[in-house]
Design a protein around this ligand. Sequence first.
Ligand code: IPE
Length: 248
Amino acid sequence: MMLVKLGGSVITDKTKKYIFREKTMRRLAEEIRKSGEKVVVVHGAGSFGHILAKKYRLDKGFIHERQVKGVAVVQRDVKNLNLKVVNCLIDAGMNPVSIPPSSVVECRNKKIEKINLDVFKKYFNLGLTPVTFGDVALDRKLGFCIVSGDLLMLELARVFKPEKAVFVVDVDSVYINGKMVEKVDRKIIQNLERKKTKIPDVTGSMHEKVKIGLEMSKFTKIMIINGNVKGRLGDALKGRKVVGTVVG
Ligand code: IPE
């Protein structure tokens, strides 16, 4: 099996609230289905999550009762996005099932401490495609926290030991000093720039993704590829050589 993370920057416009990139998502769904691979799909929150999560400072955990509204709204919004993703997967001929982290994950200090992976395994074994996503979840220390799709990928890699895990993003590769790098490992991660951008993102940059990827590389092969280029996800899943960055 393979793990696929569809980044929020690909399936939404991260700068404008609630803009779903339906055409892109439909194409990616087709590419996954046509690959014939069994997958578990994780997707990011994009502008359905980050903008209001930042406004309500949900990444800080519970610090004020005003945030409770934010928890409710962001959980609803990411579920709305998830429904759109699931619709595209069904229309492409797949059999997805949503597994919201808000009900199966508990964190401690922003780290996943408990996750009911049995639910993923059982649906997967029935032939369905589990779909989970970046969400707001319970946190034993902070009350609640943001759980990113990337962290979910790590937990899924631990149990599924997939043949490959593909991170679908909106750039061709990881860049160091403006240069594309085909492979990142522990040694060169220090050189990865931590760019400050205006785009709201409460879960971290490419740097964070590569760090999680390095940890995942104990369990599987990892690739970061550009989902805006037609056919790249499909080719990566089929094992063809594609432009992108290998982590590990
Ligand atoms: C973020 O999830 C979740 C929320 C902001 C609620 P991700 O970190 O996986 O989302 P993207 O891929 O950056 O959009």
